[in-house]
Structure formats: C-alpha cells, structure tokens
Design a protein around this ligand. Structure first.
Ligand SMILES: *[C@@H]1O[C@H](CO)[C@@H](O)[C@H](O)[C@H]1NC(C)=O
Ligand SMILES: *[C@@H]1O[C@H](CO)[C@@H](O)[C@H](O)[C@H]1NC(C)=O
Ligand SMILES: *[C@@H]1O[C@H](CO)[C@@H](O)[C@H](O)[C@H]1NC(C)=O
Ligand SMILES: *[C@@H]1O[C@H](CO)[C@@H](O)[C@H](O)[C@H]1NC(C)=O
Ligand SMILES: *[C@@H]1O[C@H](CO)[C@@H](O)[C@H](O)[C@H]1NC(C)=O
Ligand SMILES: *[C@@H]1O[C@H](CO)[C@@H](O)[C@H](O)[C@H]1NC(C)=O
Ligand SMILES: *[C@@H]1O[C@H](CO)[C@@H](O)[C@H](O)[C@H]1NC(C)=O
Length: 407
C-alpha cells in the first residue's frame, strides 16, 4: 500500500517535471524566425483598437498572411497607466474598449496570433507599469487572455540598470514557462552585455542593437556602431549600422533563439526602392525576425512587393536555418560587401553597394568555396544570370543583389 502510494506520487512528480521541461524548452516555437506586424515604428504609444482591426484585415487583403506573416503585435501603449486596484495589468480602456481577451479571440478567428509588450523594469519606456516583481502574475494574465507572444523591453528606471539583464529577462522566461501557455518570448534589451553569448538560454529571439530609425545610412544617432562596444545607447541605429554590426556576430544565429535586428522600416521611411530591398534582403538572409513596422493603410505597391517577395522570404524561412556570413576577402571595406550562406539546394550571395553612387563590381561565384555553380538567379529581378561563373555589372546606390546559386 505504502509502496503503491509512493509510486503514484513518483509518477505524478515525473509528469509535472516533464511538463515543466516541455514548457521550458521543448516547444516548437521559433523553428524559423517569426514574421508579423508591430505597432511601434508607425504608431509609437498611440496604438488603438481601430488601428489593429485595420491591420488584421490588411493581413488578408494585402496578402501578408499568405506570404507567411502571422503575428499581430501591440507594442508599448496598449496598457493603462495604472494596474487594477488589485494589481493586475489592464488595457487602456479608451484605446481598447473591449479589452485584450476579446481582441485575442478576434485575431485567432482570422488564423493569426496576438502579441503584447511588457518591460523588465518598474515602468515601460512609455511609462506604463513594468513587470519587475510582477512577472508570474503578468505572465498568467497574458496566458489567461490568450496572448501568444511577449516582447519584453529594457526601460524602467532603477532596476533596469542595477539588476543584470540575465536576471530580469530570466525571471519572465520562468514566469512564461509556468503560465500554462506556449508564449513566444522576444527579448528586447538592445544588445546590452552581448546577449548572443547568453540570450539563447532565455528568449526565442533577442535584439542586438538600439532601436532602428528611419535613416538608411546616417550613423550619428547610434551610440554603438559595433557589436562589442560598451552599450550606452538604446535608439537611433540606421539600417546600414545594424547590417554592419552583424558582420561580427551573424555566426551566433541559432535556430529557435534568433538574433533580432529590430522591426522593419520598409514602407515607413523615405527610402528608395533599392534601400528597401537592401534592408529586407539582409534581414531575411541574416535570419532576423521579419516584423513589419509600417502603417499598412499607407503602404506603396513597391514597399508591399518588397515585403511579400516570396523568394527572399524563403531565404529567411529556409530549413537549414543558416545565416549569411560577411566575406571580408571578397568585399572592399566601406565600398561594397559580399555575404554568403548555405540554403537548401545551394547557397545565397548578397552583394551590397554601400555607397551613395553607383559602382561596377565583379565577383566570381566559383571562387567562394561553396561548390560549383550550376544556375544563378537574382531574386529581386527573378532573372537567371547568363554567366553562372562570375558577375560583372553595375550596382546602383545602396542596391543589394541577391543571388541564389544552385549547386
Ligand atoms: C486610433 O489611432 C489612429 C491613428 O493614430 C487615429 O487616427 C484614430 O483616431 C484613433 N482612434 C480612436 C478611436 O482613438
Ligand atoms: C489611455 O490612452 C490615452 C490616449 O493615449 C491617454 O490619454 C490616457 O491617459 C490613457 N488612460 C489610461 C488610464 O492609461
Ligand atoms: C496611475 O499611474 C500614474 C503614473 O504612474 C500615477 O501617477 C497615478 O497616481 C496612478 N493613479 C492611480 C489612481 O493609481
Ligand atoms: C544624422 O543624424 C543626426 C542625429 O540624429 C542629425 O543631427 C544629423 O543632422 C543627421 N545627418 C544627416 C546628414 O542627415
Ligand atoms: C525623402 O528623400 C528625398 C531624396 O533623398 C529627400 O529629398 C526628401 O527631403 C526626403 N523627405 C523626407 C520627408 O525626409
Ligand atoms: C497598386 O496596385 C494595385 C493593384 O495591383 C493597383 O490597383 C493600383 O493602381 C496600384 N497603385 C499604384 C499607386 O500604382
Ligand atoms: C567587367 O566589365 C568591364 C566593363 O564592362 C570590362 O571592362 C571588364 O573587362 C570586365 N571584367 C571581367 C573580369 O570580365
């Protein structure tokens, strides 16, 4: 009798342990970089239900869902400035009159997933309540509402700079694991203390830099221009600065724990078509999350074509999950860049003219050490190159050509 009791209690302990383990790391979230839309770049902290409802409709009408985008993400500003009297997070009742649970149902009914934003400090960056000290309660609230994704930020005053990011972000990781719901965890601590060396244990993705801006090449505002500088900034990084940072760290890209180059400015900024293509091609081939940051009601046809390019998205979602790597020996520092990486069926080559003027560039694919090229397609034009051995042509200002090489 006694033995039987202890056996059954042993069995239930085993069951509990294995479900905790499953929640802590055994899920299938993040097998490819996440794709979706986030409110911050276009709406900052003014996001509201009307905006989100239009976004949900646009996922269908613009073909975004069909292209693979499935997360609808509310950034800072969704919540009230105050917790409820008994200490729970609540939506801003003016901006989201029906609350988050109803919104989650609506999003799910469309076959999409809903994400919220929170912060590891006392406050969020826009001074809403942070989750420091409330991690388990808030994770349970998110789970009870049917939330599928949490972006977790690094603002919040005192605690954010005195408690190690591993502690602050780890506390929410554990809380989410105990919440009973599979919630994607997007760590946003701006690259502080080099999370590519530890973030893989914590998040499904983790930011590597301060916030992106609508600038393509102006580096002035970004405090950290290299991956290993001492982090003293949280915003103002141009597209080119973020690409350059990845030269040092793209090799740390890991399936299920993606380095996050930040939300896209395609369709937001005043970028040329070539700048938009460069931005999107690098985010895709470097296996960054692809999170659209534009006001979808104002998206031009050109921007939409960039964001829904099937062949380029396929690089991002490729089953090998290998990022491209900077090939210094084939590049000219400050002039043009060559990046390569394996994909199913061959490899991909990105060739970037990083100057504001056009340049004639030649590159022999056969010298890259990645196998004998049989056929080369440039993915933006969709055209096969006549010469699969070498490329020798002019690239326009800030243009990136993306070659898929069959071996
Ligand atoms: C929601 O936000 C949009 C964009 O900022 C604004 O135009 C609209 O008036 C807002 N709607 C409500 C109901 O607040
Ligand atoms: C709700 O949002 C509005 C508009 O952003 C803001 O003025 C108001 O203070 C917020 N209310 C609460 C209770 O947070
Ligand atoms: C709501 O939060 C604000 C900002 O943190 C604070 O100043 C205010 O006292 C709070 N109001 C209530 C009713 O708790
Ligand atoms: C670059 O950015 C800085 C800081 O935001 C700004 O002061 C400067 O005017 C910008 N330069 C150009 C050429 O746009
Ligand atoms: C957009 O870019 C063009 C060309 O670079 C420039 O002349 C214009 O001033 C920019 N507009 C804005 C609003 O930044
Ligand atoms: C954008 O594409 C749509 C559908 O193909 C077309 O009806 C519309 O005229 C285009 N708009 C512009 C500004 O080219
Ligand atoms: C590349 O093209 C330029 C101009 O079209 C030509 O002068 C040069 O010989 C070519 N180089 C190679 C290696 O084919």
């Amino acid at each position: 009798m006694k033995r039987k009791t202890s056996l059954s209690s042993l069995l239930s302990t085993v069951t509990i342990l294995s479900s905790v383990q499953l929640a802590l790391g055994g899920t299938t979230l993040g097998r490819t970089p996440q794709m979706g839309w986030n409110s911050w770049n276009a709406f900052k902290a003014t996001v509201n239900y009307t905006v989100v409802q239009e976004v949900i409709e646009s996922f269908d009408s613009l073909g975004l869902k069909k292209a693979g985008y499935d997360y609808v993400l509310l950034d800072d500003g969704w919540s009230s400035f105050n917790r409820t009297a008994d200490g729970y997070l609540q939506a801003n009742a003016t901006s989201f009159p029906s609350g988050i649970e109803a919104l989650a149902k609506e999003v799910h009914a469309k076959g999409l997933k809903l994400g919220l934003y929170g912060d590891s400090g006392h406050y969020t960056c826009a001074w809403r309540p942070g989750s420091w000290g409330y991690e388990e309660r808030d994770a349970q609230t998110f789970a009870s509402w049917g939330v599928d994704y949490l972006k977790y930020d690094n603002c919040g005053g005192f605690q954010s700079m005195t408690e190690a990011p591993q502690v602050r972000f780890g506390a929410m990781k554990n809380a989410l694991a105990l919440s009973g719901r599979d919630i994607f965890y997007s760590v946003c601590e701006w690259g502080y203390q080099f999370p590519w060396h530890w973030g893989g244990d914590i998040g499904h993705s983790y930011r590597i830099s301060g916030d992106i801006t609508t600038s393509f090449a102006n580096e002035t505002a970004c405090q950290c221009k290299t991956a290993y500088c001492l982090n003293t900034g949280y915003a103002g990084c141009s597209v080119l600065t973020i690409i350059n940072k990845m030269k040092e760290i793209s090799q740390y890209q890991t399936q299920g724990h993606w380095l996050d180059m930040d939300m896209l400015e395609v369709g937001n900024a005043n970028f040329t078509l070539h700048q938009q293509q460069t931005h999107f091609a690098f985010w895709a081939a470097l296996k960054s999350p692809l999170i659209i940051g534009a006001d979808l009601s104002k998206l031009s046809n050109d921007s939409l074509a960039v964001l829904t390019n099937k062949a380029v998205i396929a690089l991002n979602q490729d089953a090998l999950a290998e990022p491209v790597i900077y090939r210094q020996a084939f590049s000219e520092e400050g002039l043009f860049q060559v990046w390569t990486g394996k994909v199913e069926g061959g490899y991909v080559v990105l060739l970037l003219n990083e100057k504001s003027y056009s340049q004639h560039i030649s590159l022999a694919f056969s010298n890259l050490g990645l196998g004998t090229p049989k056929k080369v397609v440039e993915l933006w034009s969709g055209q096969n190159l006549r010469d699969s051995i070498k490329f020798n042509e002019t690239l326009e200002s800030y243009q990136t050509l993306v070659f898929k090489v069959q071996t």
